[in-house]
Design a protein around this ligand. Structure first.
Ligand code: MN
Ligand code: MN
Length: 330
């Protein structure tokens, strides 16, 4: 089973200028071969299929535990895509059919607007759906760990390229965070292989040669020590990761640490409605009214019981979205 926390692994900026073309490139980090859906599903299936868990407990715990962190990574990639798409269609509602979406058909990814409500899709940067063919789960622990090291290496390569291709602040915040966390997973799998086989994998670092300490969006995470920490994503399980994730960081020499619990994370942003694509409706205020009635009938307080970092309404009122939309509104 898996528990869920309504928090993000890292802070993302609220929507600013929309960037549908950039969002299309970021889709590679979601549903591409080396995207977060691939890391999530590779480690998830390897953990499901693991035989002899009790006798090989540290190795099982490592793969299962990292799978849980990857769930949070797909969540953050989706939030980034959604942030970048916010404001790309006009924010006005109630108008008769016209050409409100004419401006988004070129450059970006029309499927974001046609099949989705300006939201992330389980697809790559050219629209091909993520596929289970990307999952490698041989059952052989050495093979699977070697594959996972390679997968994290390729994932960091793609993240750096997306970082360099897309300068939207949400994409930069995302890739800065994921480059650091991917580095931790790369080390975790290398350490596991070293301990299992005796191979000296420290010589493979850094691969690819990414100087994360020189990337401004990586630095805050490095300063908080996120490059040496592996979190234990469970109330009481996966305790044996400490047997593998230890010793010096292969690049900095700092001691690797297992943190006993999930990261604190941050409150998620609440992105504003996009009525031109019926998200969440052509007239979002109706849904809000119904929700308020139901909330009252259930004895809940008038204000929602959960908090968000930036509310969609505030984003709308501050006028920081809809710049493209304003241009398109006749
Ligand atoms: Mn990841
Ligand atoms: Mn990873």
């Amino acid at each position: 089973m898996i528990l869920r926390l309504d928090r993000w692994g890292a802070k993302l900026p609220p929507p600013s200028d929309p960037d549908p073309e950039g969002a299309k490139a970021v889709q590679e980090l979601m549903g591409g071969r080396f995207g977060e859906m691939s890391t999530l599903m590779n480690y998830t299936f390897q953990s499901f299929n693991f035989r002899g868990k009790q006798t090989a407990r540290p190795f099982y715990d490592l793969v299962a535990n990292i799978a849980a962190e990857e769930y949070g990574h797909i969540e953050l990639v989706a939030a980034t895509i959604n942030t970048m798409l916010t404001g790309a269609s006009p924010l006005t509602n109630g108008s008769p059919p016209g050409d409100r979406l004419a401006g988004v058909k070129d450059g970006g990814y029309p499927y974001h607007f046609i099949a989705g409500g300006q939201g992330a899709l389980p697809r790559d940067s050219h629209g091909a759906p993520w596929t289970g063919d990307y999952v490698f789960s041989s059952g052989d622990v050495v093979e699977d760990l070697t594959h996972n090291f390679f997968l994290e290496t390729g994932a960091r390569n793609n993240k750096l390229k997306v970082y360099e291709m897309v300068d939207h602040p949400a994409a930069r915040a995302l890739t800065g965070y994921l480059l650091v966390r991917g580095g931790v997973h790369q080390i975790a799998y290398a350490r596991a292989l070293e301990k299992l086989t005796g191979a000296d994998l420290t010589k493979l670092f850094p691969t690819p040669r990414i100087a994360t300490d020189k990337i401004p969006e990586c630095r805050p995470h490095i300063e908080r020590g996120e490059h040496v920490k592996l979190y234990r994503f469970s109330p009481d399980d996966y305790r044996e990761i400490v047997a593998l994730f230890n010793g010096p960081h292969p690049e900095t020499g700092e001691e690797l640490v297992v943190v006993d619990g999930p990261p604190e994370g941050t409150l998620p942003n609440d992105l504003p409605p996009q009525p031109a694509v019926f998200a969440p409706d052509y007239a979002p205020e109706e849904i809000a009214e119904i929700a308020q009635r139901l909330r009252k009938a259930a004895g809940l307080p008038d204000q929602p019981t959960a908090r968000v970092a930036h509310s969609g309404e505030a984003v709308r009122e501050e006028g920081i979205v809809g710049k493209v939309a304003d241009k398109l509104t006749p």
